[in-house]
Design a protein around this ligand. Structure first.
Ligand code: GLC
Length: 732
């Protein structure tokens, strides 16, 4: 539809119609017989609001979407279509690894492929926009939503955010099989005080701009149709009411011109935070700040009319937001085709098809991180191996946001190993959760009804099984509902019943491999002390069992690198590689007490950002620079030669870090500014190059000016964030 027609349509709409266009409801409003009453009316939503609403979330299924859309447009005074939105975070029905796992692949193209698959399945099921990518930088493993991020590094997250937008939207989200992207949670949601969800984030403007904002900006630059405000207060201002953040930073500086939606009830929560006396004031503050859509509260629908009629808000302000929502529908082609790709036949053909399963399996294999291996891996098909642990037959390994997927579609480890034809024994040994505990997930209550007697019996069987095997693969980890939204944890270890299983099995069989399921970095010191190999598989998705089997048996070498540091214990958190030196840098050899360190734990994480092993070995040559000075407009080329020195094909992710040796403000000890993942055959070697420009050296200086300051810099090139393989240059 031409923009001029949109303006005409806007002009034809009544004040109430325009206001209702800014409301987003969910499936509870649409019972089988059409407009719901029940919970909706009990929560103060009127029939008119629902009849004239602009968007809806959480409704999926081609037939259901088409029915609702048809009825909605028939009932709407101007027959304006709904936009159907949903959380398609790491897949729709074919589930890919959680985003934190995908970050471990150091392969944004892989994430783009996953987003393309998700978009194909979701759009056939009627979804037109996904609430993804989540571009929040995360440094605190206590926070459950680290599982939705791609990790602790700004540069890595930015590459992923843009890749995901391109995967969902393609060149034009109107195209078949494409959906709109919504970058979230703007901004600074990943820095909640004490790692407790929904808590205040206190960030200096320099930290916000240098570390937290670039990934959102990358998604906006890639063309994300929408953005979502975050629950948290940023420096004591709720994001949905933060005019500076939304108008100056997001719209003026980043150039975002799409529709901005609040997170669930976040507008009403301006009142709970204590910045609005009531919903009326919350509505005023949010619209003034530029939040266009009110997700799931009556703030806009019940209060904007009086605010405008009283002159406290201008109708022009309202029109600006309504026009953005109409533009969104236009960018999705909904005025011409309100059903977009909803198609029952396509739904049947695409969902969980073999091509999608294969892509999910290949993605999962690249996300696994091998933290330890004394040579016990890869396994041999013929050697008797006992697969023991609650994850041997567990199907819930899809991640907390796989809300439209059916765990029954998951391939378990037992199924994967069995179809591989390995010489294997199996025993669960215990439950994932401790006895008699229950935990609320995103969509269901998980209960472990097993009694201690049950567990004692399971444990006994497991120990007997371990005694009969050459090797043991212990399949343990967090419960899927122990990460995700509202899943902050103060203790980041595995459940007690699993620790007991680990100890008892290790007592009778030392040839122990740990396969770890987790939605966050965990404190795995005890596992490290007892296992001869540790493979982190995160929450690997629908094809998890097959992917884990193929990596354990060496069909593919593990190639993942940690996208987030694994702390040695929760007392270290937040811990991240690009920290600051301090005025008293720690020196483990020094006897000087007065250094920046702990009395009882090391400063260094157990495993650092960028770390991960392979079944083969690699050498990386000393860094070569094609000069030792760089001008503001010039390019400096850094190169190394990488060689596979082992007997297996494998991948190495070569990482480029840069340290600004001195700045007008203190600078991190190093920052990732490039990475290349290369697969090499045994004995194969390859030269790789990185182009360094002043753009990579920019930061917000003492005057908050974004620039690269002349001076000395150090380049590090290696296979994790501790590499000392370095060379120096000067920026002129
Ligand atoms: C949730 C989440 C957000 C999600 C939204 C809609 O509370 O914070 O990430 O997209 O609500 O489900």
């Amino acid at each position: 539809m031409e923009h001029s027609r949109l303006l005409e349509l806007l002009g034809e709409m009544s004040l109430e119609e325009k206001i209702n266009q800014l409301f987003q409801g969910n499936s509870m409003f649409y019972e089988e017989d059409g407009i719901a009453t029940g919970p909706a009316s009990q929560q103060g939503f009127t029939e008119k609001t629902i009849r004239e609403t602009g968007t809806v979330l959480g409704i999926i299924g081609a037939a259901k979407v088409k029915k609702i859309q048809k009825e909605h447009m028939e009932n709407h005074p101007h027959h304006i279509p709904l936009v159907f939105m949903a959380d398609i975070i790491n897949g729709c029905r074919t589930v890919f690894p959680i985003p934190l796992a995908q970050g471990a692949a150091f392969n944004p193209e892989l994430a783009k492929t996953g987003a393309e698959v998700a978009a194909r399945e979701a759009s056939a099921s009627g979804i037109q926009v996904t609430f993804s990518p989540m571009a929040d930088l995360v440094r605190d493993a206590r926070w459950g939503r680290v599982m939705e991020s791609t990790g602790e590094d700004t540069y890595l997250n930015s590459r992923y955010a843009e890749a995901l937008v391109r995967g969902y939207q393609g060149d034009d989200p109107k195209q078949p099989g494409k959906i709109g992207a919504c970058v979230k949670h703007f901004a600074g949601y990943g820095a909640p005080t004490a790692g407790r969800d929904y808590n205040n984030a206190e960030l200096s403007e320099r930290t916000l701009r240098d570390d937290y904002l670039p990934a959102y900006a990358a998604a906006v630059k890639a063309g994300a149709l929408m953005a979502m405000t975050s629950f948290n207060t940023l420096n004591r201002i709720p994001s949905s009411a933060n005019r500076w953040l939304l108008r100056q930073v997001l719209r003026e500086e980043m150039g975002f011109d799409g529709a901005l939606i609040s997170d669930w009830a976040a507008i009403e929560e301006i009142m709970n935070h204590g910045m609005a006396a009531d919903r009326r004031e919350a509505a005023k503050l949010a619209l003034e700040a530029g939040t266009d859509i009110d997700m799931m509260t009556t703030c806009y629908s019940n209060h904007l009319k009086e605010l405008i009629e009283s002159g406290e808000l201008s109708e022009a302000l309202l029109d600006t937001s309504v026009l953005r929502v109409l533009e969104l529908k236009n960018r999705l082609g909904l005025f011409e085709n309100p059903y977009k790709d909803a198609d029952e036949e396509a739904e049947k053909r695409l969902i969980l098809c073999q091509e999608h399963r294969e892509k999910a399996k290949n993605a999962a294999k690249e996300t696994f991180v091998l933290l330890e291996n004394n040579g016990i891996l890869p396994l041999k098909r013929e050697e008797k191996t006992a697969f023991i642990g609650p994850y041997v037959e567990e199907k819930s390994m899809l991640g907390a946001w796989s809300i439209f997927a059916d765990p029954e579609d998951t391939v378990t480890i037992r199924e994967g190993v069995t179809s591989y034809g390995a010489n294997a024994l199996f025993a669960s040994g215990c439950s994932v959760l401790d006895p008699q505990t229950s935990i609320m997930g995103m969509s269901e209550l998980y209960k472990n009804a097993k009694t201690q007697t049950d567990l004692d019996e399971l444990l006994g069987e497991a120990v007997d099984t371990a005694l009969r095997a050459d090797k043991v693969v212990l399949c343990i980890g967090e419960h899927v509902a122990q990460s995700g939204e509202a899943a902050s944890r103060g203790d980041i270890t595995i459940p007690e019943c699993q620790k007991k299983l680990l100890r008892e099995v290790a007592r009778v069989n030392k040839n122990l491999v740990a396969v770890l399921f987790n939605g966050r970095p965990l404190d795995i010191r005890e596992i490290k002390s007892l296992a001869k190999a540790i493979l982190v598989v995160w929450m690997p998705g629908t094809e998890g069992g097959n992917a884990i089997t193929e990596v354990l048996y060496g069909k593919t070498s593990p190639s993942g690198k940690l996208p987030m540091s694994f702390p040695c214990c929760v007392g270290q958190v937040p811990v991240f590689y690009n920290e600051f030196k301090t005025g008293r840098p720690n020196d483990a050899q020094s006897k000087n007490r007065f250094l920046s360190r702990y009395l009882d734990i090391p400063n260094e994480p157990l495993y650092p950002f960028g770390y991960g092993l392979s079944y083969t070995g690699f050498t990386i040559s000393p860094v070569r620079l094609d000069g030792n000075t760089l001008t503001q407009e010039g390019t400096l080329t850094a190169s190394v030669t990488v060689k596979n020195t082992g007997k297996r094909r494998g991948a190495e992710t070569v990482q480029l870090y840069i340290r600004d040796d001195a700045g007008s403000v203190v600078r991190p000890v190093r920052e990732l500014r490039g990475f290349q993942k290369l697969w090499l055959e045994p004995e194969e070697e390859r030269e790789i190059r990185f182009e360094i420009t002043a753009e990579l050296l920019k930061f917000h200086d003492i005057h908050m000016k974004y620039q690269a300051e002349p001076g000395s810099f150090t380049v590090f090139i290696g296979n994790d964030s501790r590499t000392q393989n370095q060379a120096a240059f000067t920026l002129l």
